[in-house]
Design a protein around this ligand. Sequence first.
Ligand SMILES: [Fe+2]
Length: 374
Amino acid sequence: MYFKQFLNERCGCASYVVASRRTHEAAIIDPAIETEPYDDLLRERGFQLRYVIDTHIHADHVSGARRLASQYGAELCLHESARVAYPYRPLHDRQELELGQLRLRVLHTPGHRPELISLLIVNPPRSLEPSMVLTGDSLLVGDVGRPDFGGGDVAAQFESLTNLLRLPDWVAVFPGHFEGPCGKGMCGRPSTTIGFERLFNPLARLDRREFIDRVGNGVPPRPLNMTAIEATNRGRADMPWVMLTSSPVVREAGMDELRAGTSDAVVLDVREPEEFASGHVPGAVNLPQAELATRLNDVPRDRPVYVICQGGFRSLRAAQFLCQCGISNVASVKGGTEAWRSAGGELTQESASAPKPGIVETEWAHAGGLSYSI
Ligand SMILES: [Fe+2]
C-alpha cells in the first residue's frame, strides 16, 4: 500500500492519500482547496484517483473534494446523512470500499457533526485486522472534535469515542486536525495510536456525564469565515476566496492609539456575541469572525477600522483577511479587550446579567497565526 499525510500549516488540517501499489488506484481523504500537491503526487506516482472522501462537511476550510472528483472522474463520497446540494455516493456504516487489495471500512462516528465518518484501513494480504484509522474530527490527538458545529452532539461524540477506543491498541490514528479551532486541547502531534489515546487522552477515562460536562463546557471561537465556508462546502454558496491564503503585514495598534482614536474610526469586535455582551470597548461594533466574509459589506471602506478580539489573535487574522479583500485601512488591537481592561479601560456590558462566555481561547486554536501566546 501507499499512504501519505498532508499537513496544512495555515488551517491545522490534515488530508490523506491512500493507494494500492498493485493496482495504482488511489483515494484522497479530506482534501484542501489547493489541490496542486495531490495533482503532483498522482502524476508522479502514476496513480488513478478512484475515490475522494470528505469525512464530514467542514466548517473551517473549503474542501477540494468536488474539484478533484470532477477533474479525475473519481467518486465523491460522504456519509449518507450529509445534507449537501450536489450529488455524491452515499456511504453507510460498516460499508467497505475496495481499493486494489486494500479495504476502506466506513465507521459512522457522529458527534462533531452528524455525518462524520472514520475510515479503517485494512490491507488483507498482511492482516485482516485494520492497521490504521482516519478519524476526521472524532478522535483527535489528546482531544476530540468540538461538538457544537451545526447538528453536533456531545452525547454522540461520547459513543463514537467509546467505539473507536475499542479498536486494537496497535491501530494507528490519523486525525483530520493537528491544531486549529476544531478542538480545544490537541497535543500537536499529527498521529497517535488507539492504545496511547486509551491510556492518555484526558477524555478517554471519563464516564458519560463527566465527558458531556467537560466537552460541552467551553469551546474555541467559531473559525474565521465559518458561515461562508460551510455554505460553500454544502454547495449552497461558491466562496472559495474566503480562505485566508496570504499573510499581509497588519499594523498593530496599542491602547494609547485606541483611546485617542479618531472620530470616524470604527472598532470592530470579532468575538462571539456572548463574549461581546459580557463586556466590550465602548462604541465597538460586533461582527463575529465566523460571519466576516458573509457580512463584508458591513465593514466600512472609507474609515479607519480597528479590529479587536479578546487577546489579539483572532483580530490579527481577521484584519489580515480584510486586507486580503482589499480593505487596507485596518489595524489589529494588540492585546485585545483584555489589554484594554488591564489598562483601566471601561467596558460596556450589554446587560448586567450577561452570562460568562463559554469560549476557550488558546494559542493552538489559531493555527497559522503568528506564534505568540495569549
Ligand atoms: Fe471539522
